[in-house]
Design a protein around this ligand. Structure first.
Ligand code: ITT
Length: 185
């Protein structure tokens, strides 16, 4: 039986379904804009998105919330990454970092799975890395500026399909897949 993944982001859906396919779990996209509450943690935001998605699809639903936490900016944009990407974009982030020598950063992801009437089950993961000096490669969102540890200096945008091998989503999805195959939904 497939999982309903509520997201407005086709790129995210493609990456998630490719990883879960390795675990024999089919995923269906339920395209929708979910309200993002303002909160300091991705867990709280993802949990609320999952509750809303559950009501809207009238069944169990999975959501994901991602944040890019930049050390030299005290963790900004973090939980506000979607808003900051829409307003400042990658060029704005690069400009902010001209004044901040620490280019360390962490991409964090939280998946939340919720059944009707139940509490959301959260699966977090993260990948450390650095912010590139300029945009490189293709990809989407912050892909052209994020260099993950273990990526030999290449941005997510330069990794192509290899991004999925080491991305901030992989470990969370592996945990989610184990949970689905184990205790079950
Ligand atoms: P949802 O409908 O699933 O919420 P979204 O695009 O709003 O889709 P998020 O709030 O989780 O997703 O993402 C926050 C921001 O981070 C947003 O601008 C994304 O484009 C960006 N982002 C998320 N995952 C990314 C990835 O793997 N690579 C690059 N940028 C990413």
């Amino acid at each position: 039986m497939s999982i309903t993944f509520a997201t407005s982001n086709r790129h995210k859906f493609n990456e998630v379904s490719a990883i879960l396919e390795d675990y024999g779990i089919p995923v269906e996209m339920a395209p929708m804009e979910l309200r993002e509450i303002q909160a300091d943690t991705l867990e709280v935001i993802a949990g609320e998105k999952a509750r809303e998605a559950c009501l809207r699809v009238d069944g169990a639903a999975m959501v994901e919330d991602t944040g890019l936490f930049i050390d030299g900016l005290n963790g900004f944009p973090g939980p506000y990454s979607a808003y900051v990407f829409r307003t400042l974009g990658n060029s704005g982030i690069l400009r902010l970092l001209e004044a901040a020598p620490d280019r360390g950063a962490t991409f964090r992801s939280v998946f939340a799975y919720c059944r009707p009437g139940g509490a959301p089950e959260c699966f977090p993961s993260a990948v450390a890395g650095t912010i590139a000096l300029e945009c490189r490669g293709e990809g989407w969102g912050y892909d052209p500026i994020f260099i993950a540890e273990g990526a030999s200096g290449r941005t997510y945008g330069e990794l192509g399909d290899d991004k999925n091998q080491l991305s901030h989503r992989r470990m969370a999805l592996e945990d989610l897949a184990r949970w689905i195959h184990g205790s079950g939904r």
